[in-house]
Ligand binder design. Structure first.
Ligand code: HEM
Ligand code: HEM
Length: 167
């Protein structure tokens, strides 16, 4: 339980949420350069300059995500977060909490496994990154967005507001 229970996520927390959401979707969707880098690093051949550039962007964006994740944890600790919706079914509250915890876990596992593959050549880390963690992350995002929609349209809470304009 955090020290304080503010009504909204702070402006910094909201900014970090949406910046991270954009960066994560960018890295999930635009993977041609990094995939090409991976192919060349495994099978040899020439890496086009544009692919090398995109692969580096993928790495830098991913490292930025890692830094934002750490910042986000510090902000949670320092500023607290709004309370759970006490009148919602326990199952819904547990699902929200579990999804958030697992998302945080992926904020670290995804970049760290990428770094292990890209900078240190650890193949198993690359396989986990590209085949396991990627799928888990997509699934968590789908559940999370469905949850946000359920809050808005089914439970009719102010959840979306406390992560956007504020209540
Ligand atoms: C949250 C941050 C990240 C996300 C969401 C992400 C996402 C992805 C995705 C979707 C792929 C393509 C997987 C496929 O083949 O379908 C990929 C591949 C890859 N990414 Fe990332 N990535 C992130 C961070 C990083 C970082 C920080 C690095 C390195 C510094 C990195 C290095 C790589 C490498 C080397 C591959 C190719 C791995 C392989 O196919 O074996 N990624 N990443
Ligand atoms: C359309 C896209 C998205 C919507 C509508 C959305 C909406 C929200 C809302 C309303 C909350 C606040 C929940 C509450 O009231 O306690 C929240 C929290 C959260 N969101 Fe999202 N989100 C989106 C995308 C993402 C993405 C892509 C990620 C990361 C992959 C993400 C990660 C999180 C996390 C970890 C929390 C927990 C609160 C925290 O500690 O920061 N969200 N989201």
């Amino acid at each position: 339980m955090s020290r304080s229970s503010p009504a909204n996520y702070s402006i910094s927390q909201r900014t970090v949420h949406w910046v991270m959401a954009a960066l994560i979707l960018f890295n999930l969707l635009f993977t041609e350069g990094i995939e090409q880098w991976n192919r060349v690093s495994k099978r040899g051949g020439e890496l086009a300059a544009s692919d090398a550039f995109s692969a580096n962007i993928h790495a830098y964006v991913g490292i930025a995500i890692l830094a934002f994740a750490a910042l986000r944890l510090i902000l949670r600790k320092a500023q607290g977060v709004p309370p759970e919706y006490a009148d919602e079914p326990a199952l819904a509250r547990m699902a929200a909490k579990a999804t958030h915890i697992l998302l945080y876990l992926m904020f670290f596992l995804m970049p760290l496994s990428g770094i292990a593959r890209y900078y240190f050549g650890v193949d198993t880390a690359g396989e986990l990154h590209a085949e396991v963690f990627k799928v888990i992350l997509w699934a968590l995002i789908a559940v999370h967005v469905a949850g946000a929609a359920a809050q808005r349209f089914y439970f009719r809470t102010d959840s979306l507001k406390r992560m956007t304009s504020g209540v």
